[in-house]
Design a protein around this ligand. Structure first.
Ligand SMILES: [Cu+2]
Length: 487
C-alpha cells in the first residue's frame, strides 16, 4: 500500500516536471531561432505564431499520448489484462526508426551530397585520389546499410515472446574468424591503396618540375617565382622586414635591414644611458600629478605614469631595454653569419617575383615549397586535391600537375565566374576565413610568360644591364618598384 502511494506521488512529480520542462523548452527553441535571424523589435506582431503554435501542438500531442498510456495502465490494473504491450511498441518503433533513418540517409546523399562533392579533379593524381575516396565510401556505406538493417530487423523479429525461450549461445569460432578476416582484407586493401597512392604523389616528382614558393602569413598568401634565371634565390626568416616580407636573400634589402637594426640599437642604447634622467623626470611629473589633483582628473594618464615610474625604479625599464638590444644584436649577428657565406647572396633572388596570385601552365609539373611566417597554416587546393601543412621553420612541399585550365573548369562547371583558389585550411586566427590566393591555370607557356613579365622583380634591373636574351624573348622588364608591400 505504501509503495503504491509512493508510485502515485512519483508519477505526479514526473508529470509536473515534464510540464515545467515543456514550458522552458518552448521559449528556448524560439530563442534559438532568433540566434540565426537578426533580432527584431519586440512586438507581438513579430512573433512567429506558426512556430509557437506548432511547438504547443507537439507538446499537447505528447501529453495526450502520455495520458492514453496512463489510462491503459489503469485499465490493466483494474482488469488484470495486458492492454499495452511495450514489447510490440518497441519493436515497431525500431522498424519506424530504421525506415525513417534510411530515408534520411538517402535524402542527405541526394540533396546535400552534390554540395560536398568536389567535382572533376583538375590534377594528374586527382583521379586516383577520387577513386580511393569512392572505394572507401562504397565499402563503408555497404557495411553501414547491412548492419543497420540487421540491427533493427533483429530488434523487431526477436522481441520478447512468452512462448519462446531464448537460446543461450556463447561462442562460435567460425563466426569470430569470419568477422575478423573480412574486415582485415578490406582494410588491407584500402590502406595499401592509400599508401601506394601517397608514396607515388610524394616521391615520383618529375625532374623538370617548376619550383614555386608559397608563403603563408596571418592572414594571406604570397607566391615567389624564379625570374629569368630560372632559379629561386635563398631566403631566411632573419631577413624578414617591412619591405621584404618573405625574407629573401637580396643584398640590398638585407643591408637596409642591417642599417635599420643598427639605428634602433643606438636609439635603445641612448634610452638606456639616460634612464636615470628619465626616471627623475617621471618622478617630477608623478609628484606634480599628486600635488595638483590632476591624478583624479586624468586617472588613466596617471595610471600610465605610475606604471612607468614604478618600472623605472624597480629596474624593469632598463631590463626591457637591454632585452630588446640583445634581441636585435642577435638578429644582426645571424645576418652577419649569412653574409660571410659568399654563395648565399649570389644574386639569384634579384629577379625573383613575389606575387599575390599563382599562375600555372596546364599539364606542366610543379612543386610547391611551403613556408609559414607566424603560426601553422595549411595550404588547401580542393580542385587539385592538394593539401599540405605550412609550418614555421619547417619547409614542406607538394608536387602536382594541373590538367585543366581555369577556362575549361568554368565551362565544365557552367560557372563563368569560377576561379581556383588556394585556401588556408587550419584555423589560424581571426581572419582565417578570408585567407586565400587565386590560382589560375593557363593554356600555354606564352600566356604564363606574359603574366610573369608583368610582375615586378625584387630588384629593378638597370636598363644597361638588361640581358639580350630577355629582349629577344620579348620579356618586358619595365618594372621599377623593387619593394613588395604586404597588403
Ligand atoms: Cu592560415
Amino acid at each position: 500500500m505504501r509503495i503504491d502511494t509512493l508510485r502515485i506521488r512519483l508519477n505526479s512529480i514526473f508529470k509536473k516536471s515534464l510540464a515545467v520542462l515543456s514550458f522552458v523548452l518552448a521559449p528556448m527553441m524560439l530563442l534559438a531561432a532568433d540566434v540565426i535571424e537578426p533580432p527584431k523589435e519586440f512586438s507581438i506582431a513579430n512573433f512567429d505564431w506558426i512556430t509557437i503554435l506548432s511547438v504547443l501542438l507537439a507538446l499537447l500531442i505528447i501529453l495526450v499520448i502520455a495520458r492514453a498510456f496512463d489510462i491503459g495502465a489503469l485499465t490493466e490494473k483494474i482488469t488484470g489484462k495486458t492492454v499495452v504491450s511495450w514489447n510490440n511498441i518497441n519493436a515497431w518503433v525500431a522498424i519506424i526508426f530504421l525506415v525513417a533513418g534510411l530515408f534520411g540517409v538517402w535524402y542527405e546523399l541526394k540533396v546535400h551530397g552534390p554540395l560536398l562533392m568536389l567535382g572533376n579533379s583538375a590534377s594528374l593524381h586527382g583521379d586516383t585520389y577520387d577513386s580511393m575516396f569512392y572505394w572507401t565510401f562504397g565499402f563503408t556505406f555497404f557495411v553501414f546499410v547491412v548492419t543497420e538493417v540487421l540491427l533493427f530487423y533483429f530488434m523487431f523479429r526477436y522481441r520478447y515472446n512468452e512462448n519462446r525461450k531464448a537460446l543461450y549461445y556463447f561462442h562460435n569460432n567460425k563466426l569470430e574468424i569470419i568477422w575478423t578476416i573480412v574486415p582485415s582484407i578490406v582494410l588491407t586493401f584500402l590502406v595499401l591503396r592509400g599508401f601506394t597512392t601517397w608514396s607515388k604523389i610524394t616521391t615520383e616528382i618529375p625532374k623538370e618540375s617548376q619550383e614555386i614558393e608559397v608563403f603563408a602569413y596571418q592572414f594571406g598568401w604570397k607566391a615567389r617565382y624564379a625570374g629569368e634565371d630560372g632559379s629561386l634565390g635563398n631566403q631566411n626568416f632573419n631577413f624578414i622586414s617591412g619591405s621584404n616580407p618573405l625574407g629573401v636573400a637580396e643584398a640590398g634589402q638585407v643591408d637596409e635591414l642591417v642599417k635599420e637594426l643598427e639605428g634602433e640599437i643606438s636609439k635603445l642604447e641612448a634610452f638606456k644611458a639616460s634612464a636615470d634622467d628619465s626616471i627623475l623626470a617621471w618622478k617630477g611629473r608623478y609628484d606634480r600629478f599628486v600635488a595638483t589633483g590632476l591624478s583624479r582628473t586624468y586617472p588613466e594618464d596617471f595610471k600610465t605614469l605610475k606604471t612607468k615610474f614604478n618600472d623605472g625604479v624597480s629596474g624593469a625599464y632598463v631590463r626591457t631595454l637591454e632585452k630588446d638590444i640583445k634581441r636585435k644584436r642577435t638578429a644582426l649577428n645571424r645576418i652577419a653569419e649569412y653574409k660571410k657565406d659568399d654563395g648565399f647572396f649570389d644574386g639569384t633572388a634579384n629577379d625573383d617575383r613575389v606575387t599575390t596570385e599563382i599562375v600555372l601552365v596546364k599539364n606542366k609539373p610543379y612543386i610547391f615549397k611551403f613556408r609559414a611566417r607566424d603560426v601553422i597554416h595549411s595550404a588547401y587546393m580542393p580542385d587539385f586535391r592538394v593539401q599540405m601543412n605550412c609550418v614555421p621553420g619547417m619547409p614542406t612541399q607538394f608536387a602536382f600537375t594541373p590538367t585543366m585550365t581555369t577556362t575549361e573548369a568554368r565551362s565544365i562547371k557552367n560557372k563563368p565566374e569560377y576561379d581556383y583558389y588556394l585556401f588556408c585550411n587550419k584555423i589560424c586566427g581571426a581572419a582565417h576565413y578570408n585567407m586565400k590566393i587565386k590560382v589560375t591555370v593557363v593554356e600555354n607557356e606564352a600566356e604564363y610568360n606574359t603574366w610573369l613579365a608583368s610582375q615586378a622583380p625584387l630588384v629593378a634591373p638597370k636598363v644597361a644591364e638588361q640581358t639580350p636574351a630577355a629582349e629577344t624573348e620579348g620579356i618586358e622588364t619595365e618594372a621599377t618598384d623593387n619593394t613588395v608591400a604586404m597588403n
